[in-house]
Design a protein around this ligand. Structure first.
Ligand code: IMP
Length: 199
């Protein structure tokens, strides 16, 4: 049976690695932007995760066609009014520095504010020209400081619900079994699974 070919519209190697692990199926062939010869960044000018995910998928679809998906992820801290949200990547400034971003969140919570938070991932899929969105959430809380050195981004300060360690402490395998990204990708997989039978 011919596998389903899908382009993953991301330039983020951490995301590519996680998605390759999460969607490791012999009927699915995920191609990176590098593999399809894409160069350059796609400006994320949307005001929601949904808009940004669609912007990335549309940019690649409009140029290359085919079936393509992208994802946009935000950290949402309830007591900060769901910030950093869509501004998660550049929360502390345009340099998109993970340490500075985490320090900013930690200092904003230092005045005894509630630490409840969640990661939210939106996957945008363009399948045979039609747009679909899938969401994945993981609830948890912001740690008192940075802990662990695995994962990426805000992983050292996020403790998923039911755990006493951060994503950066529990490591890729366990993270990828419960994460926001895993949950969003399961929506994508559920949509794609019946399509393969038609090939
Ligand atoms: P974007 O989805 O590429 O715009 O990423 C938004 C921001 O969230 C970046 O600062 C990423 O480092 C961070 N981020 C995305 N996914 C994760 C994750 O799984 N863990 C921790 N931080 C993440």
């Amino acid at each position: 049976m011919k596998p389903i070919d899908l382009i993953f519209a991301t330039g983020n190697d951490h995301k590519s690695k996680e998605v390759a692990q999460i969607l490791d199926q012999d009927w699915l062939h995920i191609k990176s932007l590098k593999a399809v010869g894409w160069v350059g960044d796609i400006a994320e000018t949307g005001t929601t995760l949904e808009e940004n995910a669609l912007i990335k998928a549309r940019a690649v679809y409009n140029k290359l066609g085919g079936n393509v998906f992208s994802e946009d992820t935000g950290l949402e801290v309830i007591s900060l009014g769901m910030a950093p949200g869509v501004y998660t990547a550049r929360y502390a400034g345009p340099e998109r520095d993970a340490q500075l971003n985490m320090s900013k969140v930690l200092s904003e919570l230092s005045a005894g504010k509630a630490r409840t938070a969640r990661f939210r991932t939106i996957v945008a899929l363009i399948w045979e020209g039609k747009e679909l969105l899938f969401e994945g959430l993981v609830n948890g809380q912001i740690a008192s400081g940075m802990m662990g050195n695995q994962g990426f981004g805000y992983d050292p300060i996020f403790i998923p619900y039911g755990y006493d360690k951060t994503f950066a402490q529990i490591g890729d395998q366990e993270k990828n079994a419960i994460s926001h990204r895993y949950r969003a990708m399961m929506g994508l997989k559920k949509f794609l699974a019946p399509k393969r039978k038609k090939r």
